[in-house]
Every structure is written in C-alpha cells, then in structure tokens.
Design a protein around this ligand. Sequence first.
Ligand SMILES: [Zn+2]
Length: 426
Amino acid sequence: MKTRIISLLLLILFILTDLNAQSFKAGAAKRVITPETLIPISGGMGEPVMPVGKVGDLFVRALVFEKNSTRVAIVSVDNLGWPAYLGDMSRRLVKGIAPENILIGATHTHSAPDAYGFPDEKGNTGADLKYLDWCITRIAEAINEAVANLQPVYLKTAVGEAKGKIAYNYYAEKLYDPRCGVIQVIASSGNKIGKPVATLVNYAIHPEVMGTGAQTLGPDLCGPLYDRIESKTGGMAIFMNSAQGGMVTADTRLENGQEANDWNECIRIGNLLADEALRIIEPAPVQEDPGLYSASKSIRFPVESEALRYVFQYSPVALKYRTVNDDFSAVATRINLINIGEAQILTIPGEALPNIGFYVKRKMKSDQSFLFGLTNDAFGYMLTKEDFGGFERYNYISRTSLGEMTGNIYEEEAIKFINESPSPSK
Ligand SMILES: [Zn+2]
C-alpha cells in the first residue's frame, strides 16, 4: 500500500514537473547604452552631428520567449539602424538561444550614435568603435539576463488602432497605418502572479521629434514610452518599429504651421502611444498555453545604389566587424517569422513604405499581424518598383534605397515564407 502511494506521488510529481517544462515562459532585461561622454549622433546618411547635451537614456531591451525546446529573443536597440554584423557579434556571446532566433531591431531614434559608420570621401567616420564594442557586450548581457529571468507566464496579444495625434505621413498626410500591435506577458506564478512581466509595442513611426537638429543625444519619443508603460504596469517595456518608410513620422505639427521639436513633445507622443497600447491590450483575452513557432530564411537584394555600396565597402564599422567580403553587387540578410499565441510576426530588414506594410500584413495568417521593421539589418528605404524613382517627393528615399526591386523582392520572399509556415494556433 505504502509503495503504491509513493509511486502515485512520484507520478504526480513527474506530471507537475513535466507540465512546468512545457509551460510557456518569458523573461525580460535591459541595459543602458548611453555613451559616457557625448559622441556624434546620426539621423541618416552623411556626416553625424556632435551633440551639445543629452536628454533621457538609450537602452537595449530584450524579451525572451520559451516553449518546449524553442527559444526566441526579441531585442530592441535605441539607434537609427543596427547592421547585422554588429548584431552577429552579440549573438555569438549569447548562450542557449540559436543565433537565427535572436531578432535585433533598431527603434530608429535619430539622436543616437552612428552605428553604420557612414564614411566621408576620405573614409573617415563619426562612428565610435569603442562605443559600439561596448554596445555589443551590453546587448548580449541583456539577452543572457532575460534568459536567466525566464518564468512561467500567460500571454495577451492584440492589434488595434492607436488614436490621437501620434503619427502621420509627411509626404501624404493620411497614407500611414494607425494599427498598434501589443504583446504582453503576465506572471502565472510566484509572488508577482497576475502582474505584467513585459509589454511590447509595435508601431510605425519615425522617432525624430528632436532629430539631429536639436543636437541632443537621446531616445526621442521611445524614452517616455518606456517610462510610461513601466510606471503603469511595473513590467519592462520594449518598442519595435514597423513599416515606417517614406515618410511616416511623429505628428509634431502645430496649428501655426510650425513643429514642436523638443523633449516635451517626445513626452506627449511617447505617453500617448503608451496609453493607447495599454488601452488596446487591456481587454484582450488571456492565452494560458500559447504556442511558439520560429523560422528564419536568408534573402538577397541586388545593390544598385552607388552610395550604399560605398558605405558597405568602406565603412570602418563594416570593415571591422563584417565577416564576409565580396564586391557588394548584392547583399544577403535574414528575415524571421514567429507565431506566438494567436499573433504572427514578420521582420523587415529596413524601412518599408507603408503600402508594403499593408500588403504583407494582409497576406499574413493572423488578424493579429505584427511587422518588425529595421530588424536584423537596416538597408535603407524599401519601395516597390512603381514607387522607386517616381514622384519627386520620392527622390530622397529612392536615393537611400538598395535599388528598384528591393520592395518587390521583399514582398515576394515574405509571402512565400508566410505560405510555407504554419498558422498561429487559436
Ligand atoms: Zn528613416
């Protein structure tokens, strides 16, 4: 009799342990990456600008998910763009997550140090290689700590329209996507049971309220967005940009025809987007046992732009960290597809125009579709062949694009990828 009770207890224990091993887990961690002293900041191609002050801190923020043997890290860096060869350096320092399951995106703040290393005609750059070395380790630290913080969680996901004066299209006022995707993980055990562990906001916008013109180093509207979400929920906030190219920007317009380009405006927009994201996620049903699926694939883009090829070839940052060397007539990059609960995420290695965003979202296999822009690479603007070199308005974004077919190649590869992949579970 005694042995039967013991074996029954052992069986229950085994089932409980097994359930725990299969439960959905998440962990979050962040690191400040504000440089110790002021160094030049970059808001686009060309020479970076020396700031005269700073406001707010720059961060790397990592959110790791685990289900069974699958682990995925979503990482955001407060920077204009984070090239793959920098991300790969951090990926090597991470234990316990397959490198291709580590998604590293840039928030696209226009007030952070240059990570491209835009070279002038002499090959000189405003990029600070010591600073970038430090960021590489800080990024890996944040991911490793997020892994160490993994705990059983419930999931909430939702997509809804963010209302109010947040973004608009500078080229054509109403041509932007107002949808905001939100992923929230909530502790399902422990002393913080029921409390959010992390909240992810996915929205298309240029964090260039201050821009380089203000000569102020900082996270732009992302800083106040993080602060607001963290003070309201107690969990970490993370922001992933979306299809914000040509030219979905922060709505800083004033009634007198001027623009508000100061920190107060960053606070207004960051807080409003945070409040909208929390309003959108609040009524979402709790997913107690969500699925997790991750896949990646490599795609190639021809490089037709002389200016971008020059950056790839001669940037001191690329020369230091890049491991492949060729003639740069084409570049390879990675895109990821993640199913998390009822949501589906697809990454974009640059700044896709909003029409591309609408099209790809429509083809995704979930009514909760998330697009992570500027993720794994930041190859400039991505336009369709019809838009490329079209309107005079598009001169700048065509010039800072890899080439005519970039947008179409992305769309085609993305849709193939979506169709080859399973649908998110209901
Ligand atoms: Zn941009």
